[in-house]
Design a protein around this ligand. Structure first.
Ligand code: NAP
Ligand code: ZN
Ligand code: ZN
Length: 362
């Protein structure tokens, strides 16, 4: 008979888990493997709350395994390293993002694109090499192979840097890959949430002109005055959208729910590219004619490879890019999820694991 999550590994661990599709999270005792020779074990201090955590706790994508400990934007302090580990030492600030394993031999892995490996192992709710289920960062400790460990420079605020590990790389990677990271390019960012607000910051750091395309007029002032966007389009205002037609080189769409993409395609110039980053549970409708008439591209992109995540974290440190966060105690997480579902967050919830998780132990 399979061992229980609390007994399958030697090290005790504690976190919060969803037990079913209600998505409600509650305290959960489980265990972590011993530090292997290529492993790094760290104490989790902060963990961002990604909208993907919400999709997964409620099984929107039909792939959730319960009990499910979410969290793939975790940062903390190294407490133990295996004998072969070269990247980090005890006391260093580190983090883990969306991926904790891959085959390391396929074409994608060889090209530092572990995220696209057919055997890629997600940080939570996935079967690991040893047959056990992976558990995420809404927990006190983490163990990962050093390939999946990201180093944080000493001077960066860890709480506000945690969201770089998913939200940050998910916008940085396509900005670079699709040729948007250039001075003077006009980039649209659809949805001003966790991903969207970091997209504005990275695109501005690359010298692009940025237009936020949002359903929330309440975010206009912040987008322009605080986040540094150049303009703001209220997506339901036909006149505004009409006036901006054929002006954008690229659009990053971070919307988490089904929405029409025709108006976005129309915002693109000839040869423009619409890159879908949000992961709605239902398919979107793809209008073909507007693509033909303008040689436009609709593409997708998932986070980024480990090498690129490190590059992005170092770039963010150099350009003082961090997330705007609402730091919350562990017991607030269910309320945070309800607010996230309504787009009510400025702009990323980060759980203060180090200071508030232990107090919730039964
Ligand atoms: P978030 O903070 O909730 O932001 C999403 C934003 O989308 C909202 O703030 C809202 O912005 C807009 N929005 C929400 N519902 C909408 C609707 N029905 N119609 C139009 N706009 C709507 O979420 P997030 O953490 O940034 O994640 C966004 C999506 O990306 C999620 O689906 C997540 O699973 C996915 N994701 C994908 C990857 C990847 O690898 N590709 C990585 C991480 C996350 P406004 O108020 O400005 O309209
Ligand atoms: Zn995420
Ligand atoms: Zn591979």
């Amino acid at each position: 008979m399979a061992k229980s999550p609390e007994q399958e590994h030697p090290k005790k661990a504690f976190g919060w888990a969803a037990r079913d599709t209600s998505g409600v999270l509650s305290p959960f005792k489980f265990s972590r493997r011993a530090t292997g020779e290529e492993d790094v074990t760290f104490k989790v201090l902060y963990c961002g709350v990604c909208h993907s955590d919400l999709h997964m706790t409620t099984n929107d994508w039909g792939m959730s395994i319960y009990p499910l400990v979410p969290g793939h934007e975790m940062v903390g302090e190294v407490i133990e390293v295996g004998s072969k580990v070269k990247k980090v030492k005890v006391g260093d600030s580190v983090g883990v993002g969306c991926v904790v394993g891959a085959c390391h031999s396929c074409e994608n892995c060889t090209n530092d694109l572990e995220i696209y490996c057919p055997d890629m192992i997600l940080t939570y709710s996935t079967v690991y090499h040893d047959g056990t289920i992976t558990y995420g960062g809404y927990s006190d400790t983490m163990v990962a192979n050093e390939r999946y460990i990201i180093r944080f420079p000493e001077n960066v605020p860890l709480d506000a840097s945690a969201p770089l590990l998913c939200a940050g790389i998910t916008v940085y990677s396509p900005l670079k890959y699709f040729g948007f990271a250039e001075v003077g390019k006009h980039i649209g960012v659809v949805g001003l949430g966790g991903l969207g607000h970091l997209a504005v910051k990275f695109a501005k750091a690359f010298g692009a002109k940025v237009t936020v395309i949002s359903t929330s007029i309440s975010k206009k002032e912040e987008a322009l005055e605080h986040l540094g966007a150049d303009s703001f389009l209220l997506s339901r205002d036909q006149e505004q959208v009409q006036a901006a037609k054929s002006t954008m080189d690229g659009i990053l769409d971070t919307v988490s729910a089904s929405h029409p993409i025709l108006p976005l395609i129309e915002l693109l110039k000839t040869n423009g590219k619409l890159v879908l980053l949000g992961a709605p549970e239902k398919p979107l409708e793809l209008p073909v004619f507007p693509l033909l008439m303008g040689r436009k591209t609709v593409a997708g992109s998932a986070t980024g490879g480990m090498k690129e995540i490190q590059e992005m974290v170092d770039f963010a440190a150099k350009h003082n890019i961090t997330a705007d966060t609402e730091l919350i105690p562990m017991e607030y997480v269910n309320t945070a999820m309800e607010r996230l579902a309504k787009g009510d967050v400025r702009y990323r919830f980060v759980i203060d694991i180090g200071n508030t998780l232990a107090a919730t132990k039964p």
